[in-house]
Design a protein around this ligand. Sequence first.
Ligand SMILES: [Zn+2]
Length: 166
Amino acid sequence: MIERRVLLAAVASLFGLAAFRWLRASPARATEKFEVEKTDAEWRAQLTSQQYEILRNQGTERPWSSPLLNEHRKGVFACAGCDHPLFASETKFESGTGWPSFYQPLENAVGTTEDSTFGMVRTEVHCHRCGGHLGHVFDDGPKPTGLRYCMDGFALVFHPAPPSAS
Ligand SMILES: [Zn+2]
């Protein structure tokens, strides 16, 4: 009888472990709390379907599809979900990947989680304020950080610096 109970406990803990693994692989927003939180219906009403697919559903835009690829003015790239400032134009670089790329986010701009979808282990990047998915970060970027923040342009909005700023 005791052995049987031990066996059951062992089986239960195995299931528990599997559930824990599964939870960890799920998107950050499932467990993390964010300053800006909205219901799914509110996000759908606010965002375009493409923005929703990326920000709220971990989607990825087609490469070379974002108009922000060719945005070279001075300014700030902010979250398309909550307008939180994410990247300064000075940290944008041409990665040749077809996605807007930056070597460094602004302070307290983004959070990261481990993403093991599609059989790859990648570092997922999301907005620190609303949890919206932005893209991934890789370690093959340029100096000074060596990082490449590979962002979905449709998850971003660009705010040009005032003309007076030099
Ligand atoms: Zn946001």
